[in-house]
Ligand binder design. Sequence first.
Ligand SMILES: NC(=O)c1ccc[n+]([C@@H]2O[C@H](COP(=O)([O-])OP(=O)(O)OC[C@H]3O[C@@H](n4cnc5c(N)ncnc54)[C@H](O)[C@@H]3O)[C@@H](O)[C@H]2O)c1
Length: 459
Amino acid sequence: MAAVAGNLGAVAGASLNSNVLVKLDGGSVSSSAFLGRKLATGGSIKANVKHQGVVGKRRGVVAYVAPSTTEKSVNEPKKAAGGIAEGQKGGQCFGVFCVTYDLKEGERPKTWRKTVRIAVSGAAGMIANHLLFKLASGEVFGQDQPIALNLLGSERSRDALEGVAMELEDSLFPLLREVNIGIEPEEVFADADWALLIGAKPRGPGMERADLLDLNGQIFANQGKALNKVASPDVKVLVVGNPCNTNALIALKNAPRLNPRNFHALTRLDENRAKCQLALKAGVFYDNVSNMTIWGNHSTTQVPDFLNAKIHGARVVDVIQDEKWLKEEFTPRVQKRGGALIQKWGRSSAASTAVSIADAIKSLITPTPEGDWFSSGVYTNGNPYGIAEDIIYSMPCRSAGDGSWELVTDCEINDYLRERMKKSEDELLAEKKCVAHLIGQENGYCDLPEGDTMLPGEL
Ligand SMILES: NC(=O)c1ccc[n+]([C@@H]2O[C@H](COP(=O)([O-])OP(=O)(O)OC[C@H]3O[C@@H](n4cnc5c(N)ncnc54)[C@H](O)[C@@H]3O)[C@@H](O)[C@H]2O)c1
């Protein structure tokens, strides 16, 4: 943890043990048992600061004030959860986010809602570097919604994680009430209302696809176990790290306490890409494209559904009237968009992925517009499309805006779609066999379909 910022900068360089009481600027500073961040001076501070009665004393301070009407104020003693030592929940509080101020009742921002706690893995990576600032700005959860960020990194990205937290400090986001960092999922996921699982190992040179499934699968098995143990019982889990459908299944299977319906694999980027291509072809602005389903796996077997999609409320097939283009150009273009982007600038999509994560969250916390739907990789426990049960498969969903979703059950499926949907389903069933040892099943074997269908460069 870093407990050094603002007024506390004066003590930088000191090494404070836990349970020390420090008087500072007339306020009282009490410490908790957080681990200290190494300071530039080589010292470390083990203090969680409680500074009273200084609201408005320096510009921007009020922006970080916690208590308000939120019940998750860092001023309140933290209850132990899931065997996590008190003071370690959520990871280690960082810098200015360790400073909390007691506000007088009348000074609390009454319009703010209960703090939402968001755990983000791979927080020092490229996607998170875009996403975290969207979350903190209020763009995703709303301008009256304070948030706490619990950031999970890997051993290798420990320093980078602090760099990210420093940038969050310097951004002075009014709604950002806490930033906690750590490398232990059981600490970082504590009390999480949302878990955005982005961090994963990239595919190394010469690495077989099966090896990657196993390597990343172990990460998601551990993270599933940690979520099961310490996250909020209603935590919404969005898996981004590839292969995201199977990783989501692994996390779900390792979290029996949690509702399987709360696990999602991100296919919103694919949906957005498909909408963009249809808009381009039809010569319309892309917000006129609706009802876009991505069926199946987030791989090149995914099926962008032009049969049920609409432009200006009319069927795409009636507006574009070029079936050959829809089948032979549109479909592979969406399936391989990730690779095309990498060829252009040498790295995988990060900003547009972050946008699509924001979109995916907003789709679950906002009522879906009448007649429309969104795509998400969801648990196939009962569906009218004949998709195998017990996998994570992208399908059309609607939400009442409370974090839950319902399947759209009346899509038209023709032979063209059915054949391709089956291929993607077969791929997911094969991936599931490969990771049987990680989801409590026996007799696993890895016999993946011919060809490399994972998105190029994204693995
Ligand atoms: N589903 C999608 O639409 C989609 C789109 C783009 C990328 N992705 C995937 O998202 C993932 C992240 O992409 P990126 O560009 O941010 O990668 P990145 O390499 O920039 O960042 C990944 C970060 O995760 C960290 N990490 C690795 N293992 C970890 C672990 N066990 N716990 C916590 N952190 C860990 C790494 O140290 C790194 O900082 C990749 O798997 C990529 O394939 C998915």
